[in-house]
Design a protein around this ligand. Structure first.
Ligand code: GDP
Ligand code: MN
Length: 424
């Protein structure tokens, strides 16, 4: 993605940060809707492909007929009903299923049986396949890419369209950025047919695809806005040999804050696969992203938190998380952060990196001391405290220092200490 846009992606699913390209260790939680966060927000809702296609179809976007099933016999029954050839598709919330062997063409019942049997239970990038989607196979003449997401800095909706679909759009952005036609849609204006037509022309789609693409892009925009989505992506959007344009894949992230407007979104919330650590942090109002290392990280400010993650990596360690406690480092916030981090069984040391600004050093130090009294912590903590009133803060921490609480004066030495204490 061009640096100017910074499409917010985390792994394959949209997130607040563009920098954290991490694959989370996903822990399935019980099928309950997410609870309200103290910040008043709700977690995003990621749809499986089959749900995304249902969502698209409800806005009139053409998708292939099919059904989602959880066992081989059901898969065969669906194929018999919809007719051969069919495509057996792994339902996991991660891209690149095709390359991973999670998408197979089947010409008869035996092939459906074989492929569904192979794909169900398959592990794709840490996601276990529990559902397969069986759909009528399509003939493909060309594969395109289309999406809408929010460009926060522009305060507009960003549409991306490319004649080079079927591959990861990040790869296209890197090797051939000109092949992606972008438009910024003012939410007040919406996407007019004339603009959609210009956009399609700019993307150099096959002229045969023009009418179908213009129609689908307008419907996709409506789905994105009226459906309260944060992301809608079709990759590939196909042109068939007989000139039809059609969504062959669907990636949709809904805005969790909008579910009160959509009674039918309950079904999507019920199937959410969430990282337990992220849910706990979310409920505490913390900006947290789970990573797969062993050094717990707490910092104030997103920039410092990212640098802290980077520096742990740089000194040869592995961060267990990204956690920004924001401006207020009081005892409640610090205790919440320490709880989330110590609940992660992989954490073997904690690195607290605070730069006092509006929150002064002594407040931070008092917050840490009180939090440590409230939360049972079995792993060593390394603190680096700098900025406003850092000296006073360090003085407060001094009597508490020992095996369990270590202070370092620089970010690098603190990171090294935290990694060493983790036993690596
Ligand atoms: P992804 O790999 O997870 O993005 O899964 P997709 O649903 O995008 O499928 C990956 C690729 O499989 C597509 O780009 C197509 O090339 C191919 N594919 C999927 N469905 C069909 C189909 O119905 N017919 C044909 N010929 N190819 C398909
Ligand atoms: Mn795809």
């Amino acid at each position: 993605m061009g640096a100017a846009i910074g499409l917010p992606r985390r792994g394959d699913w949209v997130r607040g940060w563009s920098i954290l390209l991490v694959s989370p260790r996903v822990v399935p939680t019980s099928a309950r809707p997410p609870s309200d966060s103290p910040t008043g927000g709700m977690q995003r809702v990621d749809l499986f492909e089959y749900q995304g296609k249902q969502f698209f179809a409800s806005f009139g976007i053409p998708v292939s007929a099919g059904d989602a099933v959880t066992d081989v016999d059901e898969a065969v029954a669906v194929a018999e009903r919809i007719g051969y050839p069919v495509v057996v598709k792994a339902q996991v919330q991660v891209g690149g299923r095709g390359k991973a062997g999670g998408i197979k063409l089947a010409n008869d019942a035996d092939e459906v049986r074989t492929h569904a049997g192979d794909i169900l239970g398959m592990d794709i990038k840490g996601h276990t396949v529990e559902i397969v989607w069986i759909e009528v196979a399509s003939d493909i003449a060309e594969e395109y890419y289309a999406s809408f997401t929010l460009d926060r800095s522009a305060k507009k909706h960003l549409g991306m369209l490319s004649a080079e679909g079927g591959v990861e759009i990040e790869a296209v952005a890197e090797t051939n950025p000109d092949a992606i036609a972008k438009i910024w849609v003012d939410p007040i204006d919406g996407l007019t047919e004339a603009v959609a037509r210009e956009w399609v022309a700019a993307a150099n789609l096959n002229p045969e695809a023009t009418e179908g693409a213009v129609d689908i892009l307008q419907k996709l925009y409506t789905a994105y806005v009226d459906g309260d989505a944060d992301l809608v992506e079709i990759n590939p959007l196909i042109l068939t040999p007989d000139g039809r344009v059609h969504a062959l894949d669907a990636k949709v992230t809904l805005d969790g804050n909008s579910t009160f407007r959509h009674a039918d979104y309950e079904q999507y919330e019920a199937t959410q696969v969430r990282d337990e650590r992220e849910t706990e942090a979310f409920e505490k109002g913390l900006q947290y992203v789970g990573l797969d290392g062993y050094v717990g990280v707490i910092a104030n400010g997103a920039g410092l938190a990212m640098s802290t993650v980077d520096i742990v990596n740089q000194v040869g360690g592995k961060p267990a998380n990204f956690l920004d406690i924001g401006g207020g480092a009081n005892a409640d916030v610090m205790a919440g952060a320490l709880e989330v981090i110590t609940n992660d069984p992989n954490v073997r040391s904690i690195f607290i990196n605070i730069f006092g600004g509006i929150t002064k050093g002594e407040e931070v130090a008092n917050g840490i001391v009180t939090a440590m009294e409230r939360v049972e912590i079995d792993v060593p903590i390394v603190i680096r405290l700098d900025g406003t009133n850092a000296d006073q803060g360090r003085e407060i921490l001094q009597p508490h220092l020992g095996d369990k609480l270590v202070m370092e004066s620089t970010m690098v030495s603190a990171a090294e200490k935290a990694v060493a204490l983790a036993g690596n």
